[in-house]
Design a protein around this ligand. Sequence first.
Ligand SMILES: [Zn+2]
Length: 187
Amino acid sequence: MSTSAHPTADAIRTGGTVTDRLVDANARYAADFTDPGMDARPVLRVAVVACMDARLDLHAALGLELGDCHTIRNAGGVVTDDVIRSLTISQRALGTRSVMLVHHTGCGLESLTEDFRHELEDEVGQRPAWAVEAFRDVDQDVRQSMQRVRTSPFLLHSDDVRGFVFDVTTGLLREIDPTTDAETDPA
Ligand SMILES: [Zn+2]
């Protein structure tokens, strides 16, 4: 494509880094952008906590529009202290009430163990303050995440917390029963 009216963007596209490419895309995005005049408070009053996985297009997969929700993502969609921080701000300052957790099949964290952390310490001489939060059973990991949200003392609303596993091959969500034990789960 060399139809851009922006010569700098064209120059970046031919020899730049991936970030240059993204900045280039933004110039095109902004060219057609009109201020939607939205409030910062999510329209659907929901916060979605999901894995950072590149195959998970949350807005498309959940039918979300601009302004609908808060999106909080990290490796695994794990409910860490920092996710609780974001959820607390989301609920107390920006009016959300519901929490949706989305983990997925084929997550990178399934192939890691806490050894990752120890190897890291051996390599750099410093132990990370964070846990890897690796897991073997994605259903159980979703249950643990739901439990962490439900039991947080900082949140105003913990009655509507639901957890799902997104299948990266079918695009379908599967809801996780928060009360089912992993050993007795028929699935
Ligand atoms: Zn993942």
